[in-house]
Design a binder for this molecule. Structure first.
Ligand code: FDA
Length: 306
């Protein structure tokens, strides 16, 4: 309920202006975002890699309908990848890309072209790309682009959201063709016609999907902070006899950092999703919507500081 209210409010121009300009937003944002510059991103990556974690970097920005902006975002990724290579960080760090930020809403072939440039730069730097998944109206297009890119860059990963009713079938397709797949619950406001609404249904779908992925020939990436689902994934690993390193856990920057390090200590591969850049509004609103305690934290900061 609260999640749905926040996600609806996030689209309101007045709310956006209030949140984006409130000085305190910067402090709240610092909890979930590594910083605004590439230097900030590199610094955060180095710290995490030194702690035994891996990283997927997200240059923040989404939903552009401007080809110039799509090209600028593509260039930002290409230069980030060059910088990561120069810093010797590409064995531990890859990038996550939102296709809407590289032109998907304008033209699928433009987004494919731009995403291909990023995959080429990643391959040259010795690392990989994950295509983030956005709202359900983009799922077919994103999976088409993923299929096309995998023909030349087989390690390109897709993301599946367990709240979508279609996801078990999508997992089956991706597991059969040996893809890297990040499985998450899903962060957008979706209609009941396409998405499960209750937490129990979303979690049960997650378990069905992770079973399919663990039994498949691909590389499952279990992206959740939910302790129960982390435990279930671990039990499945033992049941199907997967070796450590043939799958990984993923969590968001700033969320359950102790658990991230506990898993690394147990010999697991753990990748932290690290967003950076000044276009943090949509990302922040999705993180607030996930957890009422984050909203309380934000409102308390607003009340005391603004
Ligand atoms: P859930 O929301 O049930 O949280 C379980 C527990 O984790 C909470 O009780 C709390 O302790 C902790 N927690 C979760 N979120 C928190 C937060 N924001 N702040 C503090 N504590 C929190 N979505 C999407 O639609 N497309 C995508 O491409 C991605 N990509 C992605 C990458 C990675 C690495 C992760 C971890 C997540 C995503 N997501 C995503 C987001 C995902 O869909 C989902 O919204 C969040 O991960 C929250 O769901 P959980 O599985 O953590 O469970």
């Amino acid at each position: 309920m609260l999640r749905s209210v926040i996600l609806r409010a996030a689209g309101d121009a007045r709310v956006k202006s209030l949140v984006a300009t409130a000085p305190v937003s910067r402090n709240v944002v610092a909890r979930f975002v590594a910083g605004e510059s590439v230097d900030d991103a590199v610094r955060a990556t180095r710290g995490l890699v030194q702690d035994g974690l891996r990283v997927s970097l997200d240059h923040l920005g989404e939903d552009t309908t401007n080809p110039g902006q799509a090209e600028a975002t593509t260039k930002a990724y290409v230069s980030l990848l060059g910088r990561l290579a120069d810093e010797g960080l590409t064995s531990g760090a890859e990038v996550s890309v939102k296709l809407s930020a590289v032109g998907q809403a304008l033209d699928e072939s433009l987004a494919t072209h731009n995403a291909r440039s990023i995959c080429e730069a990643a391959a040259a730097a010795g690392t990989t790309v994950t295509l983030d998944m956005e709202d359900h109206t983009t799922t077919d297009s994103t999976l088409r682009i993923h299929r096309e890119l995998r023909a030349d860059f087989p390690s390109t990963a897709a993301v599946i959201q367990s709240y979508l009713r279609r996801s078990e079938d999508d997992c089956r397709d991706l597991a059969a063709c040996g893809s890297r797949v990040r499985l998450c619950k899903g962060a957008y406001k979706e209609p009941e016609s396409v998405a499960f609404r209750s937490r129990g249904e979303v979690d049960r779908s997650y378990v069905r999907c992770v079973k399919v992925l663990m039994n498949g020939s691909g590389y499952p990436m279990v992206a959740t902070h939910d302790p129960r689902l982390v435990a279930i994934a671990g039990a499945l690993v033992r049941q199907v006899g997967r070796e450590q390193g043939s799958y990984e856990y993923q969590m968001l920057y700033g969320v359950r950092p102790d658990e991230q390090r506990r898993l690394v200590g147990a010999g697991e591969t753990v990748r932290v999703y690290v967003p950076y850049g000044d276009q943090w509004y949509g990302y922040l609103m999705r993180r607030l919507a996930e957890r009422p305690a984050n909203v309380t934290f934000f409102l308390r900061a607003l009340a005391t500081k603004s």
